[in-house]
Design a protein. Structure first.
Length: 320
């Protein structure tokens, strides 16, 4: 019997962990030719999420947990769970049940019977989401697909059913600044997209504010595209060309009409505009340099404080 590892990152989710576990039991029994293990990753939660994980692990030996020394973010949580997973197949999903467990059967068939390396899910609508947030999300997906070579589908979730080969390819990419949606698209492999209607959380509240989503989108653009640097360079070149043209115009006007005093307002406006562009582009370059700086430090992606996972060599990821 093959093993399927279910990786579930959690941050302050004590209300949803038991609900998620109970709901999953209803559907994994339908996949009778698979054995399941659950790997809950506690991303430095401040509530009793870890206690819930330990309680479940005491009742069910197939439940594993990894607890970080602090909050490292969902990307680190996913990576830690994938590292700990020992299954022939690996599922990544959220604990709040916005990733419907009833899709597991179709996802399993797509991988085992239809020849796909991965079955991924995508929302067909954004019901219950603020309109302004939905608008920015759609713009982001359009933008990143145009300026990068990572294939990211609009509405894509981190809810995936993957083969061991695909997961090993993801683990081979050990960059510190991670954008998993981009990594999924960048590594390739044959993926079947399964659409579903948006589902509300089973309990609790979302941990993703508009500002966090904005920073996450910015992280994705920087991680998978150098287009902002090209835009800065091209705009700088055009500014230089316009400056030369303006200089020639000023010299000719000086020779023909003298040197009128008026025009200081337009000069100040242009100076402020050019200065603003310079600061903007310096900021863009600074973002890329900061990512390079963090990568060269070679810090661990996460640090484990406590776990009942014994199989993997935790090495530098775990405190002694």
């Amino acid at each position: 019997m093959k093993l399927c590892s279910v990786v579930v990152p959690c941050y302050n989710e004590e209300e949803t962990i038991q609900i998620f576990y109970d709901e999953m039991q209803k559907y994994i029994t339908k996949l009778s030719d698979l054995a399941f293990e659950f790997i809950f990753v506690d991303d430095g939660s401040k509530d009793h999420s870890l206690m819930e994980m330990k309680r479940l692990a005491g009742e069910d030996p197939s439940v594993k947990f990894i607890s970080f020394s602090r909050n490292f973010g969902k990307e680190a949580g996913l990576f830690a769970g994938l590292e700990a997973a020992s299954g022939d197949y690996i599922v990544t999903m959220d604990v709040d049940l916005q990733d419907p467990p009833y899709l597991l059967e179709d996802m399993y068939k797509a991988v085992t019977e239809e020849g796909y390396d991965c079955a991924a899910t995508m929302r067909t609508d954004r019901k219950g989401e603020a309109p302004i947030r939905s608008w920015f999300a759609r713009r982001f997906y359009r933008l990143i697909n145009k300026i990068s070579n990572a294939d990211i589908v609009d509405g894509a979730r981190d809810y995936r059913f993957m083969t061991r080969q695909m997961v090993d390819s993801i683990l081979a990419m050990r960059e510190y600044n991670r954008f998993t949606k981009g990594i999924f698209g960048w590594i390739g492999f044959k993926t079947k997209w399964i659409p579903f209607e948006n589902v509300e959380r089973s309990a609790g509240t979302t941990k993703w504010s508009f500002w966090k989503l904005f920073l996450y989108a910015l992280e994705g653009i920087i991680a998978f595209s150098t287009t902002p640097l090209w835009i800065a360079s091209i705009t700088g070149l055009l500014s230089c060309m316009l400056s030369v043209i303006a200089m020639i115009f000023i010299i000719i006007r000086r020779l023909l009409y003298g040197d009128p005093v008026d025009g200081w307002a337009s000069i100040i406006t242009i100076m402020l505009f050019i200065g603003g562009l310079q600061m903007l582009f310096l900021g863009i370059q600074g973002l890329y340099i900061s990512k390079m700086y963090l990568e060269t430090k070679e810090r661990p992606i996460y640090i484990t404080k406590e776990t009942n996972v014994k199989k993997q060599e935790t090495g530098k990821h775990e405190e002694e």
